[in-house]
Design a protein around this ligand. Structure first.
Ligand code: ADP
Ligand code: MG
Length: 391
């Protein structure tokens, strides 16, 4: 089974500005798989570049963990991180960042110098990549003799030269006219589809949200939603090798899943992290989620939930230690309260609960307007919505 190439676990990042603290990332969790094309989409200032710099090994996290092909980046020393950045990451910038005094082919070949590759081989590799991006005949031009779109192609060839694990592209079309921009987006798509390269692309242009497999909406340092381009997404099947539930995949596969069931999977993932449930098998985690759902559905009391969590697996339980079972049941009960309060505040239906009683408690703040709970939307519905965050 495929393992993620990048795993981000509850990443936060803040800058201490003396009098104030800037909380730039507020807890970002995501897995990115080899061969995947993902997009970080959000308004300027939302934290996208910071997140990308963290993935690239250019910035430290304030808390949380980042694993690259299973290696905890925080365990690497300074030189190892630098090497990771140089060899495993291909970076494409908005402003191309080419060296003006070097020819196109020398620009592409440059990153291999640090890797100690002999000159003839460097040039051969650079020429092969220029062919891939369609610029063979400009190899001996200077960058300034090329159009913006062509310069970005050179930069992309350069990013590929060490055969990196991931290509990171931060607003790669930001400095281009729309025709060149489309051209670059097509090239990046090809690199992913034909070259099977893993790509993380930042943009705030809503026209591009159909290109990748997944779009992570970033807002104020959080991923506020994830959109799966189902036409392309073969990765939904990758869930089971992860111990936690792949909520994106699950929710998009079962769009009519009840609110409580979705909440129960979210809570199970949550508890997996906070109570360090790594030792639990998939089957036990499934049963944990289902027991939580029974409790949310009012089919079990808190005590009964604690009981089933504690009961041996062979007897239909989850098989947790007694104290852990109690703690999880208690946390679940608190969460249930939160969900109810939240639903009341948000004016959403509280499934299977006594709406009349709640109405009385909240001075009739609940109206008749009970929308169905929000479900993952199809990308086609998103365009108008995403226009709003264009800057
Ligand atoms: P985006 O790429 O989404 O436009 P950034 O990641 O560049 O956003 O920045 C997110 C926020 O973090 C911004 O408000 C920015 O001012 C702040 N920020 C970024 N780097 C620093 C820094 N070194 N010190 C203080 N604040 C920073
Ligand atoms: Mg940015």
């Amino acid at each position: 089974m495929t393992k993620p190439v990048i795993q981000l676990k509850s990443i936060t990042k803040y800058y201490d500005l003396g009098k104030t603290i800037a909380h730039v990332l507020k807890g970002i969790t995501m897995d990115i798989f080899p061969g995947e094309y993902v997009m970080l989409f959000g308004a300027s200032g939302s934290g996208k570049s910071t997140l990308m710099n963290i993935i690239a090994g250019l910035e430290n996290v304030s808390s949380g963990k980042i694993y690259v092909r299973g290696t905890d980046l925080s365990k690497l020393n300074h030189d190892e991180v630098a090497q990771y950045h140089r060899q495993k990451i291909g970076f494409v910038f908005q402003s191309f960042n080419l060296i003006r005094s070097l020819s196109v082919v020398d620009n592409v070949a440059l990153p291999q110098m640090a890797a100690g590759i002999p000159k003839a081989r460097r040039l051969k590799r650079a020429m092969a990549l220029l062919e891939e991006v369609g610029l063979t005949r400009f190899a001996h031009y200077l960058p300034t003799e090329l159009s913006g779109g062509q310069q970005q192609r050179v930069a992309i060839a350069r990013a590929l030269v060490n055969n990196p694990w991931i290509i990171l592209a931060d607003e790669p079309t930001g400095n281009l006219d729309s025709e060149s921009a489309n051209d670059i987006m097509d090239l990046i798509k090809q690199l992913n589809e034909r070259g099977k390269r893993t790509i993380i692309l930042i943009t705030h242009n809503p026209d591009y949200i159909f290109f990748p497999h997944r779009v992570f909406y970033v807002k104020d340092g959080l991923v506020t939603k994830t959109i799966i381009n189902r036409a392309k997404y073969a990765y939904a099947e990758m869930g089971p090798q992860q111990k936690t539930f792949d909520l994106d995949a699950l929710f998009s596969k079962h769009p009519d899943m009840s609110l409580h069931e979705r909440q129960s999977y979210e809570l199970a993932n949550n508890f997996y992290e906070t109570f360090k449930l790594e030792a639990l098998s998939r089957g036990r985690l499934e049963r944990l989620a289902h027991s939580i759902q029974d409790f949310l559905d009012d089919k079990k009391t808190e005590l009964e939930l604690a009981d089933v969590l504690d009961k041996p697996f062979k007897d239909g339980g989850v098989g947790l230690r007694k104290q852990l079972a109690k703690d999880i049941a208690k946390k679940t009960a608190l969460k249930k309260q939160e969900f109810i309060l939240y639903a009341v505040k948000e004016n959403k239906p509280v499934l299977d609960l006594n709406i009349e009683a709640l109405k009385a408690e909240t001075d009739g703040q609940i109206t008749e307007n009970q929308q169905s709970p929000e479900l993952p939307k199809e990308t086609t519905e998103l365009k108008s919505e995403t226009k709003q965050i264009q800057n």
